[in-house]
Design a protein around this ligand. Sequence first.
Ligand code: ADP
Ligand code: MG
Length: 220
Amino acid sequence: MNAVVELDRVSKAYPGGVTALRDVSLTIGYGELVGIVGPSGSGKSTMLHLIGTLDRPSAGTVRIDGHDVATLSDRRLSALRARRLGFVFQQFHLAPGQSAVDNVADGLLYAGLPVGERARLAEDALVRVGLGMRLDHRPHQLSGGERQRVAIARAVAGAPPLLLADEPTGNLDSVSGAGVMALLRDLHRTGTTVLVITHDREIAAGLPRQVHLRDGEVVR
Ligand code: ADP
Ligand code: MG
C-alpha cells in the first residue's frame, strides 16, 4: 500500500545559505486530512513546494503517489502535477476578466480533456463548493471567501487524489475562513487527501493530524 506522500530524510537549502528544511521524514496516507503547522519562516511553504513537485530537494527522497520525483522527467512531472495534485494558495490567483466557470475550466487545460468536458467538470466543481449560483460572476463580483471557493473548485475539478493548500484562509475574515475550512473538511470526507498549511493555532487544533515544524524540522 503506497502512501500519497513520502518524504525520506528531505533537506532543502536555498542559494544564499538558508536551510529551510532539515532531514524531514514524513508519511501521509491516502484519505488523511493533515495540518502543517508552524510559525512564519519555519519551512511550511518550502515543504509544500517539494510535495507539490514545484521544487526539488537538496537531499533526500520525495515520493508522491508512489513516484520518486527525482526519477521523473520534466514532462512526467508536469503530468503528475496536472492530474494528481490540486493547489490552493493564500492569494487566489484567479484571472480577473474571466468568469468563475472559465477560471475553473482553465485549471483543467493540461489534464488532456476536451473543452466541453472541461466546462462540465468546472460547473460540477463550482456546484460542489456552493457556487452554483455564481458561475458567470467575475472575481471582482465575488467576496474574498467566494473567490477562494472558486480557487478550491479549480483545484479539485479534475478530482486529484491530493489537495495542497498553503494558508488558504490567510486573506479571509474569520467567518469566510471557517467556511473555507468546512469546505476542505467536506472534500476530505468525500475521499480527497488534504494537506493544509496554517500558522493559525485555532484552525490547526481542529485538524485530525498536525505536523509541527520549527526552524525546518518536524518537532511533533
Ligand atoms: P513558511 O512558509 O513556514 O513561512 P518558508 O518555507 O516560506 O516558511 O521559508 C523558510 C525559510 O526559507 C525562511 O527563512 C525563508 O526566508 C527561506 N526561503 C524561502 N524561500 C526562499 C527562496 N526562494 N530563496 C531563499 N530563501 C528562501
Ligand atoms: Mg509560507
